[in-house]
Design a protein around this ligand. Structure first.
Ligand SMILES: O=P(O)(O)OC[C@H]1O[C@H](OP(=O)(O)OP(=O)(O)O)[C@H](O)[C@@H]1O
Ligand SMILES: Nc1ncnc2[nH]cnc12
Length: 179
């Protein structure tokens, strides 16, 4: 019988102060990802949460949302849709601009990636100000998709990101304060 591995996932996240700009406490998930038990536990938590929800597609946000989103899609047996930083997708796209904790940007999705009525879960590694995910939810809804929930490994509650997601449930595996 497999020995159960009890692990505090929070301890596998590395904090890097002052990156990419002064004043930011960067929560680095590469240390969680390189730990096989932490990676598996994180992905299993997401799978258990959505396995009965009749999800049609997982939307993952460039770039760190691709890691967890693709695993979730594989485990659910559904398709994966990448929402990418502007200029990376080759076919017809829809785009939205957004602000985040340390900058701004534009996200794109292929216009044919989501069909009207698709039940979608949006996955990213982290929600801070919520700018990135609210732009993503806007793209999914414009294509006729229904966002069942936005799902993260980490929420930074001090930055009040979930307040930007009106009418959209938010789930996070862990929370980290600003200090
Ligand atoms: O809630 P917000 O304030 O919008 O911030 C959260 C976003 O910031 C990070 O991505 P980043 O833009 O640094 O890109 P990366 O995943 O390519 O590193 C993170 O992966 C989220 O996508
Ligand atoms: N503090 C933070 N750590 C990691 N990723 C982020 N994205 C936005 N803010 C972040």
């Amino acid at each position: 019988m497999n020995k159960q591995i009890v692990l505090d996932l929070r301890e596998t996240v590395r904090t890097v102060p002052g990156w990419p700009i002064e004043g930011v406490l960067f929560r680095d998930l590469t240390t969680l990802m390189k730990d096989p038990h932490a990676l598996r536990m994180s992905c299993d938590i997401l799978f258990e949460r959505y396995k009965e929800k009749k999800i049609d597609k997982v939307v993952g946000i460039d770039a760190r949302g691709f890691v967890f989103g693709a695993v979730l899609a594989y485990k659910l047996g559904v398709g994966f849709v990448p929402v990418r930083k502007k200029g990376k997708l080759p076919y017809e796209t829809l785009e939205k601009s957004y602000d985040l904790e340390y900058g701004s940007g534009t996200l794109e999705v292929h216009r044919d990636a989501i069909s009207a009525g698709d039940k979608v879960v949006v996955v990213d590694d982290l929600i801070a100000t919520g700018g990135t995910v609210s732009a993503t939810v806007g793209l999914v809804r414009e294509l006729g998709g229904e966002v069942i929930e936005c799902s993260f490994l980490i929420e930074l509650p001090d930055l009040k990101g979930r307040e930007k997601l009106v009418g959209c449930p938010v789930f996070a595996v862990m929370e980290f304060d600003g200090e």
